[in-house]
Design a protein around this ligand. Structure first.
Ligand code: CMP
Length: 141
């Protein structure tokens, strides 16, 4: 059944640096998602570490945090029917080598770390991640 959902997205430093923000947003919109909140920010180390706290024991954690604070990012809330899973389809697999043709990561990602976008992996995490970065009055549907 189709459900109107909101999910959370980050356009990552490798993509903002290469001026790919518009190309990536076009993929979301062409895929049926609506941008209902958006802000370009430079993440603080504290904010990035908190966001990725679940990965803090992983060997790539420090590299991930350094990368995420290295250039601006674009934080967005995407709305649409089944937005969580649709966004994951539009993004493609985490590792661009495994990503399907036409996906953001297949077209734009550099490697598994510099993979151009983050997207929530569940509706529960989407709600947590949206609240981590946005106030309710910053989201305009
Ligand atoms: P993201 O969806 O933002 O969530 C966690 C991130 O960790 C993931 O995307 C990747 O960018 C990153 N990541 C996962 N595996 C590796 C890895 N082996 N080396 C570096 N970064 C990784």
């Amino acid at each position: 059944m189709a459900l109107l959902q909101r999910t959370f997205s980050i356009i990552k430093p490798d993509a903002t640096k290469r001026n790919l923000t518009g190309s990536i947003i076009k993929k979301f919109e062409d895929g049926g998602l609506r941008i209902v909140a958006s802000k370009r920010v430079r993440l603080s180390r504290e904010k990035a570490e908190g966001f990725y706290a679940v990965h803090s024991e992983r060997p790539f954690f420090n590299e991930l945090v350094e990368f995420m604070i290295s250039e601006p990012v674009v934080l967005q809330v995407l709305e649409g029917e089944n937005a969580v899973s649709i966004n994951r389809e539009i993004m493609g697999a985490t590792n661009p080598d495994d990503a399907a043709e036409g996906t953001i990561r297949k077209e734009f990602a550099l490697d598994i770390g510099e993979n151009s976008v983050h997207g929530s992996d569940s509706l529960e995490n989407a709600n947590i991640e949206i609240k981590y970065f946005f106030k309710e009055d910053e989201i305009v549907g």
